[in-house]
Design a protein around this ligand. Sequence first.
Ligand code: XIL
Length: 384
Amino acid sequence: MSMDHFIDRRTFLASLGALTAGAPFAFRSGRPPFWPLGAAAGLPLRARAQAKGLLYGSSTLVRYLRDDKAFSARFAEECGILVPEWELKWEVIRPAPDRFDFTAPDFLAAYAAEHTMAFRGHPLVWHESLPPWFATTVNRSNAETILRKHIATVAGRYAGKVHSWDVVNEAIDLGGGRPDSLRASPWLDFLGPDYIRIAFEAAAQADPHALLCYNDYGIEFKWPKEQAKRAAVLELLRRLKSSNVPIQALGIQAHLRAGDPGFSVQELATFLRQVADLGLKILITELDADDRALPKDPATRDQAVAKTYESFVSVALAEPAVIAVLTWGLSDRYTYFNKMRPRTDGAPARPLPLDADLKPKPAYDALARAFDAAPARPGPSAQK
Ligand code: XIL
């Protein structure tokens, strides 16, 4: 069957968005693709998104869902798509050069299916979270074989169950000094810029159903560095599209800074439209709001985080090509900030929609308003 046929199906699925969260999987499981909508007043985020043909969800880890029943219940209630925060990375699923361990992602894929959620893969190719054996095993002569085998095995295992894959993550680095702004990485060193095409073609072959994304950060605000990075990302997307690389979407990580005055509605809207004009869908893939620059007072931080969410997400959802919003965690109970970017005053970070007690924060209400105000995407749910 021609690739065109699959791309058509992918486009169809992408434009359906949450209308059929986890469609291929939900249909196959025989469950209805629609999540039963809750009471009108307290509609969960996944239902508000679905009502507009969108997906809302979050990253998570196995232990959060397996060991914290209260959290698992809230995650299932609020999220229409799940992405493994860490457990599809090489350092987790590749314990040895000749071994794969899918225990963790299998649990997450099964959880998503059980709760009629779409499942997102992240990432197939990244310069970080590589296993210890990588540096002493992979070289110029075997890199392509190892890369192709990884993608064929991992994307092949979940073929038909994945809504979208971050095929290549964070390949642009302006500091690298290259005319194409590609980041120095083992993949670039061993295979040259062509590693990106190789990865997308291998992913398309392994799973013709998934939406194939390029994912990056630092492209959300109006500061010169972010303007330059947006231009470099756009150039990369144009090169890939003009070379007929099978890419269907851009992932914008949206690790935002709460209180940062550098947000420009016009610049973001223009960028999103430029990406959409390439025929690409757009996903907001890792939304959170860093509150380290703000005073300690929780209420002050919560208001600033909510304002940052609402200004960014409302502009994003005004672009019809945007099909999904995922936060990088659902609750402050499990944000990665406390581990990787702690506040100097030691106060727990407050970057996410739910607080550490799983209660909605102003950021949750901001997301709810943004989904409620978003233009409906074409498709069955919009005709409800
Ligand atoms: C981070 C996770 O949050 C951590 O738990 C993990 O240890 C390292 O990766 N951009 C990305 C994500 O694309 O995969 C990163 O997630 C955060 C930055």
